[in-house]
Design a protein around this ligand. Structure first.
Ligand code: PLP
Length: 416
């Protein structure tokens, strides 16, 4: 590839570039308005005012209370905080109505992000019980399976809104409605509330995420997946009762309403709020454009490669092909071609895509998400993830398809 040829990036589920408008909003908070938000003097006041404004903006857009938005250092941290903060509150501080029960039950899925799965595994090791709902071959859990797995000691349901590898969208609103009904009954029976957590990191850019609409108690989002900065995440925590239902995981100076200590990342928080604002302003336009490009790319690839398989749900017969899958996501299996080899060949020709989530790709492990769909290890290792961004052009899509088709042709010729 010549140095003049612009590389094509189609790995927007791994991370996105910071939007120029976001960067401009952040810039003053590095060197000019650099105060510590906890300081009493005017530098500190400037910083806390910026954080307050950011919080207010996000709260308004999500239609929730100012105090229900907590800033963290990443969505990974926010997921850990939601899960461990709740369990710790139930067990150590015995603040919840489940006090007295030592073994708690949590319901989740087998396709959560690692930042949910790992804390859950640790809780399991500590003696709690976790039900991992299985997904079907298209990547969806069954709401009735969820309902059947509820127990008296269930305290948390944690369901990923849209999966980072296959883009499948779970019925979060339906689950929220169901849990609301169940919680009303449980209250009458003197049982504890079941809290509902969703990891909305990948969904946030495209789907309705207002917590009241979804009926969730905890909702997570991340700056760098929505053209904001890396190293900043957000957590919505429903205000229930006077003392709240989650406790702090990171303890210290008591920032973020005592829930997340540590000097605030003012520039990052300002950037996150700007990025969230742009999502809400441009959601429909982004969605339509990206969906069109995604479908175009799929058509180009299918035209020359009839034997490819699509992982996750996507109905090729409908013109929109939206069926419960994020509009930016393609996860394709190329039978008998190793994704590692293909990825390198594509990268050498100027196209950056991924072999699954950024974490499993680096470790070169077969994806547990694809395994959960029923794919064998070999099949999972033949799959690549392509994710399209808001600034991707038709020209890039055409070029990307050419690079993919050429690489596949080379592999096929080599095999003959
Ligand atoms: N949840 C999902 C679904 C993700 O895709 C990611 C990032 O890949 C995360 C959580 C973690 O986000 P962060 O990079 O902000 O820690």
């Amino acid at each position: 590839m010549s140095n003049q040829t612009k590389k094509i990036y189609l790995d927007y589920a791994a991370t996105t570039p910071v939007d120029k408008e976001v960067l401009n909003a952040m810039m003053p908070y590095f060197s000019d308005k650099f105060g510590n938000a906890s300081s009493v003097h005017s530098f500190g006041q400037e910083a806390i005012a910026a954080i307050d404004q950011a919080r207010e903006k996000i709260a308004n857009l999500l239609n929730c209370d100012f105090s229900e938005i907590i800033f963290t250092g990443s969505a990974t941290e926010a997921n850990n905080m939601a899960i461990n903060g709740l369990i710790q509150n139930c067990t150590t501080y015995r603040r919840s109505s489940v006090s007295g029960i030592n073994k708690l039950h949590i319901i989740s899925t087998n396709i959560e992000h690692e930042s949910v799965l790992e804390p859950l595994k640790e809780l399991e090791r500590a003696g709690h019980e976790i039900t991992y709902l299985k997904v079907n071959k298209d990547g969806f859990i069954s709401v009735s399976d969820l309902e059947k797995s509820i127990k008296n000691n269930t305290v948390l349901v944690s369901i990923i809104y849209a999966n980072n590898e296959i883009g499948t969208i779970q019925s979060v609103k339906e689950i929220g409605k169901l849990l609301e009904k169940i919680n009303t009954k449980r209250k009458e029976q003197g049982l504890n509330r079941i809290y509902f957590h969703t990891d909305a990191v990948q969904a946030f850019q495209f789907l309705e995420c207002r917590p009241d609409w979804l009926k969730v108690d905890l909702l997570i989002f991340s700056g760098h997946k929505i053209y904001g900065p890396k190293g900043v995440g957000g957590l919505y925590v429903r205000k229930i009762g006077p003392i709240g239902f989650i406790g702090p995981i990171i303890k210290g100076g008591g920032q973020e309403f005592g829930l997340r200590s540590g000097t605030e990342n003012v520039a990052g928080i300002v950037g996150l709020a700007k990025a969230v604002g742009l999502v809400f302003k441009n959601r429909e336009t982004r969605l339509k454009k990206i969906l069109h490009l995604r479908n175009q790319l799929l058509d180009y690839i299918i035209k020359y490669n009839k034997d490819i398989k699509l992982n996750g749900s996507l109905d090729p017969s409908t013109s929109l092909r939206t069926s419960n899958r994020l509009p930016n996501n393609l996860n394709i299996r190329f039978p008998n071609i190793s994704n590692e080899t293909l990825l390198i060949a594509l990268d050498q020709n100027g196209l950056a895509v991924s072999a699954g989530s950024a974490c499993s790709a680096r470790a070169s492990k077969a994806s547990y998400v694809l395994n959960a769909l029923g794919l064998t290890e070999k099949q999972a290792k033949e799959s690549i993830r392509i994710t399209i961004g808001k600034d991707t052009t038709e020209k890039e899509i055409k070029k990307a398809a050419e690079i993919i088709n050429k690489a596949l042709l080379n592999f096929k010729n080599l095999r003959i």
